[in-house]
Design a protein around this ligand. Structure first.
Ligand code: ATR
Length: 278
């Protein structure tokens, strides 16, 4: 193994709330590597200079978070086709020749978190219902299509955004009117919330899940709180639930692999470290 000191970090604004340093620095220690992962607060207007800077500083790469996941694409020399489809990047890897390559690992993280809850899970088990039509929804739609989903239903408060996604992603994806949201769950195999509803300081998602089959997996991309009201209700009904912590940790794994050369594990110890920050 190389003894080179490897540096990576996360670019965002604001960025101080990010849990990524905890995750990556945990792995640096776990695998006995020489390196570190830091926070890079980049003020609006400075993104291009910051990305040129990581190349100039010999940094291995960085994560990109709010509000730059879309804008950062402009400054990449190459973008992974999956990220191109999602329309956003969350990971930059500096190549040996200095090129910046952009990836999106959110969909990978999401799918892995479902498999942690149910290793038998497959996207073609039945309809996938996604609440929300923002960036998180896009990464999940693309990963569900890639995984072979045949029926994806998008419920969004603003119908036009759900319709835009249905148009962009083709026949597999259909928009559902917000007023009909409670009635499209009765044959679902997966329900996922990608909205902010249920987050700490936000009201619960206004969705009645009584019609949802017990066999459906219910997931929420939110990780604070670990159990949103949606997941509490689903558990009560006997459904298996998945919170956003798994996605948060799994999305970091391919990035760590690209920068540090080791595909890291998710452990209970790391889960607990993150939970302790809430
Ligand atoms: P992200 O990139 O994290 O997905 P986003 O792009 O801001 O975040 O998307 C937020 C999603 O939460 C949207 O689908 C939004 O619905 P609208 O398109 O109607 O804005 C949804 N959302 C936010 N507040 C909501 C609320 N009070 N009720 C229902 N949906 C809400």
């Amino acid at each position: 193994m190389s003894s080179k000191f490897i540096t990576a970090g996360v670019i965002g604004w604001p960025v101080s709330h990010s849990r990524s340093p905890i995750i990556h620095n945990h792995w640096v220690h776990q695998y006995g590597l020489a390196g570190c992962y830091g926070l890079f607060p980049v003020a609006p207007g400075n993104l291009e200079k910051a990305l040129q800077g990581i190349r100039a500083l010999g940094i291995a790469g960085c994560n990109i978070t709010i509000p730059y996941k879309i804008e950062a694409m402009k400054f990449m020399d190459w973008i992974d086709p999956l990220a191109e489809r999602i329309g956003a990047i969350n990971t930059v890897v500096v190549q040996a020749n200095g090129e910046l390559h952009g990836f999106n690992t959110d969909g990978f993280g999401y799918v892995q978190s479902l498999r942690d809850a149910n290793p038998q899970w497959r996207a073609d088990l039945g309809p996938v219902v996604i609440v929300g039509a923002g960036g998180a929804a896009r990464s999940i739609i693309v990963s569900m299509i890639n995984e072979g989903a045949r029926d994806i239903r998008i419920i969004n408060r603003t119908m036009s955004k759900a319709q835009d996604l249905a148009e962009e992603f083709g026949n597999t994806v259909n928009a559902v009117d917000w007023a009909d949201r409670h009635n499209v769950l009765n044959d679902a195999a997966l329900l996922t919330n990608t909205t902010s509803q249920g987050m700490v300081n936000e009201p619960a998602l206004d969705l009645n899940i009584r019609q949802l089959p017990k066999s459906a997996l219910v997931s929420d991309v939110i990780y604070a709180p670990l159990e949103t009201p949606l997941l509490t209700q689903a558990k009560k009904q006997g459904n298996t639930t998945v919170n956003g912590l798994g996605m948060l940790i799994h999305q970091a794994r391919p990035a760590f692999h690209a920068w540090f050369g080791v595909m890291p594990d998710c452990t209970q110890e790391l889960n607990q470290k993150i939970i302790n920050t809430f």
